[in-house]
Design a protein around this ligand. Structure first.
Ligand SMILES: Cc1cc2nc3c(=O)[nH]c(=O)nc-3n(C[C@H](O)[C@H](O)[C@H](O)COP(=O)(O)O)c2cc1C
Length: 150
């Protein structure tokens, strides 16, 4: 793929997903990628369908709910046409807490809906519990390495 762009979207309530998204953005240059890091309430459907590489970092709130800044975009994506993400290579990092019954539900929903709309999953989703720093960083680096070659 000729362009080097990577869109990194975060869905968050208290900033954990945002911090990880910016960590991923800062590391992207090491993988020859030009990252744009955005909150899910700062983009719309077109931004996603027109990107070739997408990383989602999203926490879960309430009882398996999307974070506030993620719900509208999730609804928009859910209502979009099948096939509109045909050109999108994606991977999802889900943040949650195994103390909750609906562990990492929002991330699971993003992983499923983007594939359903035609996206290609380039790395398996990671579902992170509360002590996530090391495994999240490992996943981010592995995913950036894959995205580099997409
Ligand atoms: C009120 C509340 C509700 C939560 N609900 C869930 C849940 O249903 N499932 C889950 O896996 N984690 C749940 N969590 C855990 C958060 O997803 C986790 O703390 C995450 O790291 C928060 O990331 P954020 O700061 O990006 O929002 C909940 C946390 C709180 C405080």
């Amino acid at each position: 793929m000729s362009d080097r762009k990577l869109l990194i979207l975060f869905g968050t309530e208290t900033g954990n997903a945002e911090d990880l998204a910016f960590d991923a953005g800062n590391l992207s240059g090491n993988f020859d990628l030009e990252a744009e890091v955005k909150g899910m309430d700062e983009v719309d459907l077109d931004d996603i369908t027109s990107c070739n590489r997408l990383m989602i970092v999203c926490s879960t709130w309430g009882e398996g709910d999307q974070p506030d800044n993620a719900q509208d975009l999730f609804d928009e994506v859910s209502e979009s046409e099948d096939g509109c993400m045909d050109s999108v290579s994606f991977a999802v990092l889900a943040l949650g807490d195994t103390a909750f019954e609906m562990f990492c539900q929002s991330g699971k929903e993003w992983d499923q809906i983007i594939e359903q709309k035609g996206g290609t999953r380039v790395n398996d989703r990671i579902d992170c519990d509360t002590d996530y720093e090391d495994e999240a960083e490992e996943w981010i680096e592995a995913t950036l390495q894959i995205m580099k070659n997409v």
